[in-house]
Design a protein around this ligand. Structure first.
Ligand code: AMP
Length: 193
């Protein structure tokens, strides 16, 4: 069972690359951002609450996010493995994930961080904003806030798993195929163990 955290700043390509990996390795893809956007599009109470934070580039509170993630994991007991995309984003979420997996007799196998410089992230997100329709991709101000939130609240998650010798970095600059090959090489190493 592989439980992979695909990690990195907003716009580092986590969603694009997770979609490729789940197909190749037959894993379940859980993106908390996608789950929130689904709730928003259905105008549920959860969606309405999440929207207040998302549109401003802030994190949805841990309690709400962890409960939603746990529900999704628990609804899928028989999968071969999971790719977590955009979760955990705080140390409290990381601790909750460890606990949730421990209840299934499992653990996080690896965290892979896609490294992309800030300047490139801003450009990528502004480009994506032209087609994504996402409010949080539209203004440079919101994008800068998301980068700051990543640096202040989310990057400690890397160190949390690095202390457990589970974190690796992969160069996230290049064309989609090249980056996918770098990630596949990491996955193949994991599977070989
Ligand atoms: P993403 O699609 O991963 O870029 O996430 C978009 C937005 O959804 C983020 O800026 C947050 O507002 C919210 N979000 C997604 N995942 C989380 C999470 N794990 N914790 C808190 N907020 C999240």
């Amino acid at each position: 069972m592989i439980n992979l955290i695909l990690f990195g700043p907003p716009g580092s390509g986590k969603g694009t690359q997770a979609a490729k990996l789940v197909e190749k390795y037959n894993l379940l893809h859980i993106s908390t951002g996608d789950l929130f956007r689904y709730e928003m599009s259905n105008n549920t109470d959860l969606g309405k609450e999440a929207k207040r934070f998302m549109d401003n580039g802030e994190l949805v509170p841990d309690s709400v996010t962890i409960a939603m993630l746990a529900k999704k994991v628990e609804a899928n007991p028989d999968v071969q493995g999971i790719i977590f995309d955009g979760f955990p984003r705080t140390k409290a979420q990381a601790a909750a994930l460890d606990e949730l997996l421990a209840e299934r007799g499992e653990e996080v196998t690896r965290l892979i961080m896609l490294e992309v410089p800030d300047e490139e992230i801003v450009q990528r997100l502004l480009e994506r904003g032209k087609v994504s329709g996402r409010a949080d991709d539209q203004s440079e101000h919101t994008i800068q806030r998301r980068i700051r939130v990543y640096r202040d609240n989310t990057s400690p998650v890397y160190h949390y798993y690095d202390e457990q010798d589970k974190a690796v970095k992969v160069n996230g600059v290049g064309d989609i195929q090249t980056i996918s090959q770098r990630l596949s090489a990491e996955m193949d190493r994991l599977i070989a163990v």
